[in-house]
Design a protein around this ligand. Structure first.
Ligand code: BDR
Ligand code: CA
Length: 310
């Protein structure tokens, strides 16, 4: 698609990462894709990213990134995404390997060569932090960073969301980088659920891509419904980071100050959001996404999938 929005999606597919890639390929100029260890080890997330790009016929460059967090021990999310990172569907074999094993250099070189690219991280922030640390000039080259992570409640600990919890030191660097930052956390992503009725819309589309993604939605949603008291389907987290850019009219945001807790015994990986109504609240460094028109947002996702279906 001819879109003024240029994106590098940095991901750890991951069911919802896969959907984020499809939405980005439809509604933005998907400049490139980089992978990070998170939901599954790096070999699996890279393989999965290649499979998704193959299925949508995308020739976007794919570069493999960090195999572990900066400081934290590597811990995946097989309890949500399965051992492969994309359990639940019969997937085709990937056509080829990644274009390199140096996602960080790819991000730096690409953002230096072309101004105004959005970085869209949908996994742990390791690659993005390493790129910003090696090349602080990127702050003034990129359009900004729109990430999925954080929130006022946790899913990996009481207060920590998985992507931030997996690499809190990297997240701290990203939240302090000083440029435009948009955060789609659990508060908004849990409002966008893949209910059976919504998954049926994907299932009704023609072609293999839609069938595979419907199967992935079913697996992911079954996990969420079985692990929560009151959910009707999987939280469609990662597409929110893309949609917040491509379809901002569907979201409600507030500019606020957000910092990452890296040392708390009970709170490591927490996004500390200054929601105070006091005049001494800290200056905003982040656009926090709080609400979404879920029906409309899911219809955009269905349209994206449909556009690659035949
Ligand atoms: C985030 O963690 C992963 O399991 C998902 O892909 C998403 O990026 C949600 O906490
Ligand atoms: Ca993810």
């Amino acid at each position: 698609m001819n879109s003024p929005l240029q994106m590098i999606v940095d991901c750890d597919p991951g069911h919802d990462d896969a959907i984020a890639l499809v939405v980005a390929a439809k509604y933005a100029n998907l400049v490139g894709v980089t992978t990070v260890a998170g939901n599954a080890p790096i070999a699996a997330t890279t393989r999965n990213a290649r499979i998704v790009l193959d299925m949508i016929g995308s020739s976007a460059p794919l570069h493999q990134g960090a195999h572990r967090p900066l400081v934290a021990p590597p811990r995946d999310a097989a309890y949500v995404h399965g051992e492969s990172g994309l359990d639940g569907a019969d997937l085709p074999a990937p056509s080829r390997a990644a274009d390199s094993n140096d996602a960080v250099s790819y991000i730096i070189e690409t953002c230096r060569a072309t101004e105004g690219i959005w970085l869209v991280p949908t996994g742990p922030l390791t690659n993005i932090a390493l790129a910003l640390r090696s090349a602080p000039d990127l702050r003034d080259r990129i359009a900004g960073i729109s990430l999925m992570g954080g929130g006022t409640f946790g899913n990996r600990t009481t207060v920590a969301e998985f992507n931030i919890w997996a690499d809190p030191e990297a997240a701290a660097m990203v939240f302090e980088y000083g440029g435009k930052l948009i955060m789609s956390g659990l508060d908004v992503t849990h409002k966008l659920q893949a209910t059976p009725e919504r998954i049926a819309k994907v299932r009704a589309l023609p072609g293999r891509l839609a069938a595979v993604l419907a199967d992935l939605f079913v697996y992911f949603s079954d996990v969420y419904v079985s692990r929560h008291d009151n959910m009707l389907g999987g939280a469609v987290h990662d597409p929110c980071a893309v949609l917040a850019l491509t379809h901002p009219q569907l979201f409600t945001t507030v500019d606020q100050h957000v910092r990452i807790e890296t040392s708390g015994e009970l709170t490591r990986g927490m996004t500390v959001i200054d929601k105070r109504g006091l005049i001494e609240r800290l200056d905003p460094n982040c656009t926090v996404v709080w609400d979404v028109d879920a029906e409309a947002a899911f219809d955009v996702i269905v349209d994206s999938i449909g556009s690659f279906s035949n």
